[in-house]
Design a protein around this ligand. Sequence first.
Ligand code: ADP
Ligand code: MG
Length: 413
Amino acid sequence: MEKKLEKGASINNLMPGKLRLKKLAPENDFPDVSMHNNYMAKFLTLDLYKTLSERKTPYGFTIDRVIQTGVDNPGSPFAMTMGCIAGDEETYEVFKELLDLVIEDKHGGYKATDVHKNDFNPDSLAVQPTSRLHIRHVMALSNSFFLKGGDDLDPNYVLISRVRAGRNIRGCCLPPHCTRGERRLLEQLAIEVLGSLTGELNGTYLPLRSISEADQQQMVDDHLLFAKPVCPLLVASGMARDWPDGRGVWHNGGKTFLVWVNEEEHLKLIAIEKGGNMKAAFTRFCNGVQEVESKLKEKDHEFMWNEHLGCIQTCPSNLGTGLRAGVHVRLPNMSKRPEFEEVLKRLRLEKRAIGGVDPEADSGVFDISNSDRLGFTEVQLVQVVVDGIKVLVEMEKRLEMEEGIDDLMPVQK
Ligand code: ADP
Ligand code: MG
């Protein structure tokens, strides 16, 4: 790389004095978000806006850029969105009076003084249940149903297991705010770092530009590639600018470990395992993340991270681990039950429609993953998914046999 990415400015020294960023007073620019349903709108007052309008990060990110996506996308009564994003690592410090409130509310009361912990040891899965109540409940079920460390989700129901997390590189703006040049430098750095991986992690980088439209679609259908961010939430945040410049996907020989470059985060690291062996996916994920991090350090770079927020991410909803452990799971009966949403909530899981081929088809297959990110370790979150999927699959089996599921209803985790 000809030019090095600069390291970030010290986070302790970030409160610039009064800046004249706008022609008119904040009162004139204050957005009307009174009818919006997102976390930003819930907490943004005129007083707060006035205070934050006087600031910008060292890379020039302003409160208006933080909130633009939430101003343009009011959300709906059924879907509470975040309504704000970060443009650089410093955003979370400079605009903390707003973002701390958003983070606390979104992440189950996570306080500005709380400390986030990591755990990348897949072997902890066997011995570290997250909730005693839940375990007691699970133990009350048949022996074959007891936790075995995440490698035994029933493959007749669990089609594919996946663990992903975003990582960003300190000193470079995040996708909503980085320049074209910065994005290209990041891509170059990713190519060098990923190109130095060996063994199971030896792989190939494909710039998005080099993949035909048809091949891109095939890769999206095969769950290997991200789709173009056309969703208004993403577009309004600024992260789709210059598409596809600087974007690409790296994958290992077996296509079981992928890194998406310059999608919603600088890097998104993804481990995939066919069937129900979530532990294998998590193990590959942990190894991959640690390998990439150590190769990055050899080049004198590091991930954005701090003790309070864990891994810094573009969207505040992803802070902490940034981890989404998910399965594609077949639940044609359970998903039609009125209790389905409540069961997911109690198990701390969220559902998404599966991407890929014909997402509209009523296949009864869902993408189910942990709903938490921050304040829990990686191991705890994967454990939540393993435990929860076992409950859901057990319920599905009961319903297949036209038996009741009332006694399997979990308590709120
Ligand atoms: P994320 O934000 O975690 O990357 P998305 O919902 O944006 O996930 O989906 C991105 C891609 O990842 C889609 O192509 C989707 O099919 C794929 N994907 C998500 N979960 C799984 C899974 N458990 N197994 C295989 N592919 C998955
Ligand atoms: Mg996504």
